[in-house]
Design a protein around this ligand. Structure first.
Ligand code: ADP
Length: 253
């Protein structure tokens, strides 16, 4: 679903690569957290997927599409196949909640009838049907992020990527947004989320990939926890006594 093979990218003027030989395979329907310190390369990796930036070398295949062969004029079309969620929501301020979602579908070429059918369903999914006529500035941050998620899943993308979607939200709202992403994942969408939020990563126990200095230094495929470096994850402490220990306690008559 998401495949990067030996991807390297150095921005012009930088001494070090932002991504340095990154290889990664994310299967359909996975939920993956991408973590790492500031400057580790997370946003650059996301930009490789959206084709906002191109690698210097390496291969990127997203949903079966080899990005080398996506021509410049076809990039908007390609991007519409992805759901993309940003930390600052990027809603249109002069459009209502309904219109923000409807417009994305209109741009994607959906008919008026389909749009009228789809938008209420998507707003219902994100729990905002009763706010459809409001403008973004009349909503709380978490609600604005829900609109942004509604807009990005309305076209039912197979892949949703979110770059720090909860960075501007409080703890409770963050949990709500992550639960919403989990629900969307349960419906079959592959999800890749970058975050600095240790507790949501540890609570969800999904796959966790750590980037450090442009390299993948840790890839915990299951039950992942928040880790910023390569040190192995400690297995849980064993509390059972060994048989040898137990034997010593047996009294011989
Ligand atoms: P993260 O998202 O993990 O904070 P980034 O992908 O933004 O990391 O950055 C990785 C590295 O690339 C950093 O050293 C950063 O300074 C550099 N970088 C990012 N964007 C640019 C850019 N547009 N021009 C030059 N250097 C950049």
């Amino acid at each position: 679903m998401i495949l990067l093979d030996n991807v390297t990218k150095t921005y012009p003027g930088d001494a070090h690569p932002a991504l340095d030989g990154v290889s990664l395979h994310i299967e359909p329907n996975e939920f993956v957290f991408l973590v790492g310190k500031s400057g580790a390369g997370k946003s650059t990796l996301m930009k490789m997927i959206t084709k906002e930036e191109n690698p210097d070398s390496g291969k990127i295949i997203i949903g079966g599409i080899d990005l080398d062969y996506v021509k410049k004029r076809n990039i908007p079309n390609y991007r519409r196949r992805l759901g993309v969620v940003f930390q600052d929501f990027k809603l249109l301020p002069r459009r209502t909640v309904y219109e923000n979602v409807a417009l994305a579908l209109e741009i994607a070429g959906m008919s008026g009838r389909e749009i009228r059918n789809t938008v209420p369903k998507v707003l219902e999914l994100v729990g905002l049907l009763d706010q459809a006529k409001k403008f973004p500035n009349q909503l709380a941050g978490g609600q604005q992020q829900r609109v942004s998620i509604a807009r990005s899943v309305a076209r039912q993308p197979k892949i949703l990527i979110a770059d720090e979607p909860t960075a501007n939200l409080d703890k409770l709202t963050t949990e709500e947004i992550i639960n919403l992403l989990k629900k969307i994942n349960d419906f079959g969408t592959t999800i890749l989320v970058t975050t600095h939020n240790e507790s949501i990563v540890n609570n969800l126990q999904k796959r966790v990939i750590t980037l450090k200095d442009g390299r993948i230094v840790n890839d915990q495929k299951v039950n992942g926890i928040y880790k910023l470096d390569a040190t192995p994850v400690q297995p849980p402490q064993r509390t059972l006594q060994t048989p040898g220990h137990a034997l010593k306690k047996v009294k011989v008559a």
